[in-house]
Every structure is written in structure tokens, then in C-alpha cells.
Ligand binder design. Sequence first.
Ligand code: UDP
Length: 446
Amino acid sequence: MRRRFRKGILMSDPDERLKMKTLKIAMICMHSSPIGRLGTRDTGGMSVYVNELAQRLARKGHTVDIFTRAQDLKSRKVLTPLHNLRIIHLNGGPCEPLSQRMLYPHLPEFFQNLERFRKEGGIRYDLVHSHYYLSGQAGRWAQERWRVPHLLMFHTLGSLKNRILTSGKEPDFRLAVEKSLAVHCHRVVAATEREKLEISRMFDVSFQKIGVVPCGVDLEKFRPLDPMACRTRLNLDRSLPLLVYVGRFDPVKGVDRLLRAAAKLRQQMDFRLVLVGGGGEGTPEVQKIRMLCEHLSLNDMVRFSGGRTHDDLPLFYSAADALVLSSHYESFGLVLLEALACGTPVVATPVGAAKDIVRNGVNGLLVSDNNPDNLAEAMGRILKVSAGQVFSRESVRATVSFYDWHFVTAAIEQEYEELTKGPCCCFSSREKEEENLLILDRGGRG
Ligand code: UDP
């Protein structure tokens, strides 16, 4: 089998892969629905990742059950988007949206319902793939009960968030749970080599236990369109330079920094900024950003386009001269991949996956930090460069060709193959299992 290593990522050519056995996979994504409204508080890159990956695994013959928490009474209990893919909504606390911090005590109920579903269906899963520490904890209970391998992806880490946030720090129990999960699960998959290093150092976990698989992009869906036709369709100004932001309005995304930079740049040039995402008018996060716009007198040049589906986004990316992402942290940087796949250059802070994706001067600009002065300078520079058509759409798109979902799916399959190939020798001891089940009985309070 020919293998390709790119930036430390092990990739296997999907066409050349040996046919692997098909697996029954329990995918746990408790706090965020894989089919939730993208751009809202807790629904972003991770939901896209789970949904896209699961669909591709199912198309390749694996059976995938995604377990997520029922967040409203309307959500149907079991959905079957594809022949061997199910999305199973389970009760875990009140059937309404809850902040992540409220969810931990409801994990035991969620897991008990998962276990009931499995038993009633007489299902034997080959492995558990969990996302984020909350699902990781449920995944750990599953690994102990079912005696199957457990692959965990953290997506973000509490300690990293704490380094960034000035208020609303992540609770100590999250940090403790993350450490314990890193030690006791069978495999951790990180999105970048840096994340791998961080996890290994922070949790004292061996390098060999951590794989690296980046996020993917749908190159069929995200492709360059005629910019002016897109602006007309979206009813956007055709004569002025245009910047776009796409994503959640979470403090970690630094939208406030972006607006402050826009206010500075405005003193030098006229342009428009479109913000796509957020939880909708009336939500506190959108209100906050609207108030800042008002305060900075940006109302006439900033447009709020609300949350949009992936079907609409290629229009926004293609219409723009550049995408700006002024995040304090990025686990995946999916919107960077999507914009670049549409041939649109990006301005981004050098955080998380952005450092791998953005190649300074080739497909965009990496700003040293999200200080509004530095951001404004880079935003102005990219608009000038874009006007000069220095970045050709084709060459920008070419920089993300190896992030195609085919490669990501193949790399994850390879991880599964390694994990399920022999008898799993790294199950925790009986003692550990009992301790774990005790936590479950105590309502997840550890
Ligand atoms: N997204 C979307 N509509 C919106 C806002 C965001 O579909 O209105 C999608 C976006 O296209 C991307 C994901 O949400 O696929 C965000 O992922 P990213 O890795 O950029 O950020 P995260 O949410 O993980 O911080």
C-alpha cells in the first residue's frame, strides 16, 4: 500500500487501500448534534466533522450509529440518513438546549439510555469513537462495559481554552476528566502535530498513542464561483472590496477583535464586511456583537447574514476578496479550508490548525496575533493584493487539495484498523472498571 506523509499526516490513497473489514462503530457526540444548526453556540466544526466522516464511513460499508443528546421534543429519536448510518437521539437531562457546563451530571443518564438502546437491538460494536471530553467520558464507560477499543478526539482542551479566556474559565473537573481520558482511552487522534505534542506533554501520554488526522473539506461542494454573480445573488455591493467572516460567535473566535480592526481599517479605505453565523437575532452572542458594531459606528458597512447552510456558503466565500478569522484558538479551521477551496485567500491568526493551513503569501496572510492594529494592517494588505489579482483562484484552491475528505476518511479507517486488528491489550484493570462504574452510579460526579 502506497503511503503518503504530508506535514506529518499519514495518508493512504483511497483507491489503493487494501479492502478492510467493515466495522460497527458507535460514534458519540453528546453535546452537539451532527445535524444541528451550524454557526450556533455549540454547533460548528465538530458537528460537520462527525456528520461528514460518518457519511463517508457508511458509504464505504461500515455501520455507524451516532449517539447525540435530544435537545428538543421535535427531534426524531432515530434518523437513518443513509442505509447503514443512524443518528440516535437519547435523553440526557431536560430535552432542551443546555450549556456544556450543565451537561456533565446528565452523562450517566445519557449513557444508560445508550446502553439500553444497544442491548435492545442486540448490537455488538467493534469500537467507540468519541468526540470532546463529555462524549469521551461516555466512551470510557462504553469501553469498559463492552470491552472494545476507544478512540477519542478532544477537539478542544480545557487548559488551552483557559490560557485564552480572560473570564468564564473551564472548571477543574474538565481538566481532570481530560487527563484521565487521555490516559485510559486506547487511542487519541489530534488534528495537528502541535496538538499531539500538547496532549502528550500535558497528560504525560506517549507519542505512540496519539495519531494525527486533520479535518477535511468537501472539494465538490466548495469550489470557485463567479464573484460578481455571487454578490448579485446575495444582494451585496459590487463595487467595494469585501471581507467575510464565517463561524460561531463564541469569544474564542475573536469577532470583537475583527470589528475593532475593521474600525481601524475604515479610516484608510472603504470596504464591506459580512458576518455569517451566530445563533440568530435576539441571542446574547449576536446582541453583543451588534452592540459593538453600533459602538464602533460600523452599522453601515457590516452586514449580519445569520447562520447559513453549506449549500449557501460557497456563494459567500466566492463573493469575498478574503475571509478573515481572528480566532484565539482553532482546532480544525474548517472555514479556512472551505474559503480556500473556493479560491478565496484568507487572513488568520497563527493558532491551532490555521498554522498548517495558511501559507503566508501563497494562499493568504498569517497575522502575528489578533491585536486590532496588526489585523487591520493585514486586512488592508490582502484587499490591495486581491485587487491586484496576485492570488489566482486556482492556485489558492490547489493548496487544500490534500484535505479532501477521501484522505481523511482513509486515515481514520487506518486508525480503526490498527485498533481492532488484534485482541485489545490495553483494557483497564477490573479495579479501574469498578471505579468507573462507581462514578457512573454517583451521577458522574467523579
Ligand atoms: N458554518 C455553517 N454556517 C454558518 C456558520 C458556520 O455552515 O452560518 C460551518 C462552517 O462552514 C464550518 C463549521 O460551521 O464547516 C465551523 O467549523 P470551524 O472549524 O471553522 O470552527 P469551529 O466551530 O469548530 O470553531
